[in-house]
Design a protein around this ligand. Structure first.
Ligand code: PEP
Ligand code: MN
Length: 341
């Protein structure tokens, strides 16, 4: 159920609705928008009788939600969510670039990449401290030793640190040392991890599961939001298909499809989406052209020596060139009407 308030509703009116929702044992999610506030209700297993809200001051409409989602929808928040991380934004007018090596391997590697990421104007350094690897015999990440390196990168380059939580205990550490929690494809339906991230104050970058439908992906976002964390960024990273020319099939149609349903920002990861460096720039261009709010790009100072995802890592100069190209495309897309934004 969704309660839409009049544009003239006061903070006290909103508060009275929230209190009533809580009094009947449910959770209220108040979403202020440019023109009105809407309040989503979660926690009910069956239908709620919405008539009890109809006569409260400031209420204009009580809508029964028939879709499986309650909080990600444009019905709840018609304006796009802009996730703010200090002075950087995702989902607003700037194109968000999240870039870095697949894994932080050592200080010299991470700093060389971070220097290039900062020079490109990107605001986010993504370097994994823990790696969820398909094989237990491959590099699993530096672990806690990586935090000293990220602290240096944060201080020296002013970049925000994005890293993946592979389990719930990782979230505690990212809250201490990082700026954004990534939940990877393999954990998109790790519900206890989603709930833990939902109780965090940090934004969550939620990657699409490798066989997830749009609905499953959006419901994973609902898990996070239902716990009270509304700063969720969706990341398309491709799904597994019969295609053999790429690591995954990058489903760029998900960008406009999500845009039609949800207010959440959506970014694209053409690195995992293709698995091969020569395809990353062409697919990055396409992602920005279809209206993505940003990109996640893997870049390495010596891709051939990378301890993970070597084949898809761009060199520093390829990365710099990519950013220049996609910024020009973003400029064009943004200044040519809202058709696909
Ligand atoms: C990653 O971002 O490095 C990663 C492991 O990606 P995914 O979860 O999309 O496979
Ligand atoms: Mn990777």
């Amino acid at each position: 159920m969704l309660i839409v308030m009049k544009p003239s509703a006061t903070a006290g009116d909103v508060d009275a609705v929230v209190k009533l929702v809580e009094a009947i044992g449910l959770r209220a999610h108040s979403m202020p928008g440019a023109t009105r506030t809407a309040i989503g209700i979660t926690g009910n297993q069956g239908p709620i009788d919405g008539r009890r809200f109809e006569n409260l001051p400031g209420v204009v409409e009580v809508i029964r939600v028939t879709e499986p989602y309650k909080l990600i929808t444009l019905d709840l928040r018609p304006d796009k969510t802009v996730v703010r991380i200090a002075d950087a934004t995702i989902g607003g007018s700037e194109l968000a670039i999240i870039a870095g090596p697949c894994a932080i391997e050592n200080r010299q590697q991470a700093v060389a990449v971070a220097e290039c990421v900062q020079r490109s104007g990107a605001r986010f350094f993504r370097g994994c401290i823990w790696k969820p690897r398909t094989s237990p015999y491959t590099f699993q990440g530096l672990g806690d030793k990586g935090w000293e390196i990220t602290a240096e990168i944060r201080a020296e380059f002013g970049l925000k640190i994005v890293t993946e939580a592979v389990d719930e205990s990782n979230v505690d550490l990212i809250e201490k040392h990082g700026d954004m929690i990534q939940i990877g494809a393999r954990n998109m339906q790790n519900f206890s991890l989603l709930k833990r991230a939902g109780r965090s104050k940090l934004p969550v970058l939620l990657k699409r599961g490798m066989a997830a439908t749009l609905e499953e992906w959006l419901l994973a976002a609902e898990y996070i939001m239902a716990e009270g964390n509304y700063n969720v960024i969706l990341c398309e990273r491709g799904v597994r298909t019969f295609a053999q020319h790429t690591r995954n099939t990058l489903d760029l149609a998900s960008v406009p499809a999500i845009r039609r349903i949800s207010h959440l920002p959506v970014i694209v990861d053409p690195s995992h989406g293709t698995g091969t460096a020569y395809m990353v720039t062409p697919l990055a261009r396409a992602a920005v052209a279809v209206g993505a709010d940003g990109l996640m790009i893997e870049v390495h100072n010596q891709p051939e020596l990378a301890l993970s995802d070597s084949a898809q890592a761009l060199t520093l100069s390829q990365y710099a060139e990519l950013v220049a190209e996609v910024r020009a495309i973003h400029q064009f897309v943004s200044s040519n009407g809202p058709a696909n934004r």
